[in-house]
Design a protein around this ligand. Structure first.
Ligand code: CA
Length: 257
């Protein structure tokens, strides 16, 4: 490091905090970050810093632009300002969380009071930084979020049953199993919460996105279809009926190693 700054350096670094350039992280594919920020000065500052750290950065100056960009491309991390010219950042956060892809979200806002902070986290923000902030801390937190995101399971396995959520592929004992979209959603939901009983109403709300009244039977019908595809032909039955509650997926206790 010493050799980088000669004594004749024309613009000596004056601020100790700024003297450490972000060390580029070797990434096979640069993580994509979307900065949603209307204040150009901050957007530039954050964007340049993140690019310096090796990330691919896009900037959206308002909520509408952010929504459009999110539709066009999946991002790994979203830096979200709360005071946007066209909408409340919290509203945007809610819409981001309703989408299928699940980027990490860091809320960045001058609204540092506890209420906003709590609300932001409740709405699914992964972290919250009040402005003003120190870039090194901000970068460290971004890295932590991206690390967490990288290990977020999109591939689930219960015994020899494997579900790849990204490729929308299901195999059991290495054989590919074709599922209808709703069957896939139910299975993904069960596998995501492996070992936890899920009620019929939870399944309806999650998969059909509507109220549960009168739809219990549909869940039973779909579970029957699912079982015929992933369980019936195999000795170990993974989908279990939990009496009085609903269903759960797990290797039955007597089959566990
Ligand atoms: Ca703003």
């Amino acid at each position: 490091m010493e050799g980088l700054c000669s004594r004749n350096e024309r613009f000596p670094v004056v601020n100790a905090a700024m003297s450490t350039p972000p060390v580029p992280t070797p990434l096979t594919e640069a993580a994509r970050v979307l900065v949603v920020e209307d204040e150009k000065r901050i957007a530039d500052f954050v964007g340049r810093g993140l690019e310096g750290a090796g990330y691919t950065v896009a900037v959206a100056p308002n909520g509408a632009a952010a929504m459009e960009m999110l539709h066009a491309l999946d991002y790994d991390l979203i830096i979200l300002d709360l005071n946007l010219p066209d909408m409340d950042g919290l509203h945007l956060l809610k819409r981001i969380r309703n989408r299928r892809s699940t980027p990490a979200v860091m809320v960045l806002s001058a609204r540092g009071d506890v209420d906003d902070r709590v609300k932001g986290l409740e709405l699914g923000a992964d972290d919250y930084m009040p402005k003003p902030f120190a870039f090194p801390e901000f970068l460290a937190r971004c890295k932590a979020l991206l690390r967490r995101g990288a290990s977020m399971p999109e591939r689930f396995q219960v015994g020899d049953l494997v579900l790849d959520a990204l490729r929308r592929k299901v195999t059991r004992s290495g054989e590919t199993i074709d599922l209808a979209p709703k069957e896939f959603s139910i299975l993904e939901y069960l596998m995501r919460y492996r070992g936890k009983p899920l009620s019929r109403s939870m399944i309806v709300e999650h998969v059909w996105d509507m109220d549960y009244d009168g739809l219990t039977n549909i869940v039973d019908v779909y579970i029957r279809h699912l079982r015929s595809k992933i369980d019936d032909r195999y000795p170990v039955k993974l989908i279990q009926t939990v009496r009085g509650i609903g269903y759960m997926i797990e290797i039955p206790t007597d089959n566990k190693v």
